[in-house]
Design a protein around this ligand. Structure first.
Ligand SMILES: Cc1ncc(COP(=O)(O)O)c(C=O)c1O
Length: 462
């Protein structure tokens, strides 16, 4: 179970992975897990699916405290685009930490560098940026506030399967019942409509018309005075849905949503927190719909902080730049270390065409994963765009009955064999892969092979 990585970006990861010396969790991991479960909140979740304690990460590899080395197909929930401990990014962070770490929104060179890097990669229409708080949810809150402030309207349309975060309005925009239950009342005025989820078409099919029907539905609620919807401030959309199960909308769906929102004078917010910054093979996922499909506001976080330093931002059109000074404030308005690290990470991505690399490698990985659709009965669909994949696990391909229990098993066995993956989806039945974008082809293919084997083994046990 060892691979010598030799291709592009090989120097960024550990040489050998996976290496499982002791079945995880090993004794040192177990000690830390026990301490955590004794003293931390019962809400802690990731160690339940991947029982381990981490010593260090390097590139697309992670070593646990017992000396096991894993291939990281989880990427810190999509944060680690340039991989763990990227040397350029670490150097930038180290340099900044000796200069200044917290200046609110008073300018620094690091802040200017981040803004300038964002200007280089954003479409020219999104000329303004705002740093409103450290997490992705903060960016969503700010985007909605900006839309409300500029339109004087308060309703917002979001989509079935949406995940926008855990704070007040971001939670109200998030559909998963397990997060919403017991938390009400949530911010009022949020309405949900169908997304382009073709595998489980909310219209009962046909699959390849789900996109047009979903767009027509949006058109209907905005134009029919009896739809029960008030004219909203904004439509908020994940350009690719992440936690909802890696659901990849067609470019024509994104295009139609842009056209319809424009026609109706409704702002379009694209949430690029997970799918943005190279993940899908383009710098921003909405770019898959073409250059004329620029939203009014976008949200960014996750990979924006380089190596997981907390930061989030929105970018928006000039005409929305109406907030007077102090209209929305907060203590953490951009972390200097995150600025320096994030700017270095984005420069690395740009200079090395990391999105292009992700698109090419993602295509190869997907071709292998797709084979599972015919090799097994429990893979309903394997889908992917760039290095963002979802494997929909079902009890039977014909009935499409979701199989969350099998998905959990797949995640567990993959972890035991040295590959870390995520799980999500409407029914908890989508195995999700979000590897660092600098993963070598050898590690990527090795990880895919392990997952294929794990899925076949889980099927055999049924
Ligand atoms: C699309 C999207 N929006 C918003 C968020 C919330 O970000 P955070 O967890 O940093 O608050 C997430 C987190 O997974 C996300 O995937």
């Amino acid at each position: 179970m060892e691979t010598k990585t030799s291709s592009r970006f090989a120097e960024l990861s550990l040489d050998e992975a996976p290496v499982i010396n002791v079945a995880p969790p090993g004794p040192k991991s177990q000690e830390l897990l026990d301490y955590q479960s004794k003293h931390e909140s019962s809400a802690v979740s990731y160690p339940k699916g991947m029982p381990m304690a981490i010593k260090r990460g390097k590139g697309a590899t992670i070593e646990d405290v017992d000396g096991n080395v894993y291939i990281d197909f989880f990427g810190g929930a999509g944060v680690m685009a340039v991989g763990h401990a990227h040397p350029d990014v670490l150097a930038a962070a180290h340099e900044q930490i000796d200069q200044s770490t917290h200046t609110l929104d008073i300018p620094t060179d690091a802040r200017r560098e981040m803004v300038s890097v964002l200007n280089d990669i954003l479409p020219k229409e999104l000329s303004r940026v705002f740093f409103g708080g450290p997490t992705g949810s903060d960016a969503v809150e700010q985007a909605i506030k900006l839309a409300k402030y500029n339109t004087g309207r308060h309703e917002v349309i979001a989509f079935h399967g949406a995940y926008h975060g855990m704070t007040g309005t971001a939670l109200a925009l998030t559909t998963d019942a397990s997060h919403r239950e017991g938390m009400g009342p949530l911010t009022p005025g949020v309405r949900f409509i169908p997304y382009d989820y073709s595998y489980r078409s909310p219209f009962g099919g046909p699959e390849d018309e789900t996109d047009l029907r979903a767009a027509d539905y949006l058109e209907m609620v905005l134009s029919d005075s009896h739809s029960g919807f008030a004219k909203p401030a904004a439509v908020i959309l994940e350009s690719v849905q992440g936690e909802g199960g890696t659901i990849i909308p067609s470019p024509r769906f994104l295009k139609r949503v842009r056209e319809i929102t424009k026609e109706h004078g409704v702002l379009l917010i694209c949430d690029e927190i997970q799918a943005g910054l190279g993940r899908t093979g383009k710098m921003f996922a909405f770019e898959h719909a073409g250059t004329d499909c620029v939203p009014d506001i976008i949200t960014m976080s996750k990979a924006l902080g380089g190596l997981g330093f907390p930061i989030s931002a929105i970018a928006y059109r000039e005409e929305l730049n109406t907030w007077p000074a102090g209209a929305t404030i907060g203590t953490f308005r951009g972390n200097m270390v995150a600025f320096a690290a994030g700017a270095a990470a984005i420069r690395f991505m740009k200079d090395n065409d990391v999105p292009g690399y992700a698109a090419e490698l993602g295509g190869k990985m997907l071709a292998e994963l797709k084979k599972l659709e015919s090799e097994t009965k429990i893979v309903g669909e394997a889908r992917g765009i760039g290095l963002m994949f979802g494997i929909e696990i079902v009890r039977d391909r014909k009935t499409k009955e979701p199989a969350a229990d099998l998905t959990k098993k797949i995640r567990k066995y993959a972890h035991q064999r040295g590959v870390m993956i995520e799980a999500g989806g409407h029914h908890g039945n989508v195995a999700r892969l979000l590897p660092p974008l600098i993963i070598t082809e050898e590690l990527a293919m090795k990880g895919v092979e392990i997952i294929r084997q794990v899925i076949k083994d889980v099927e055999k046990e049924m």
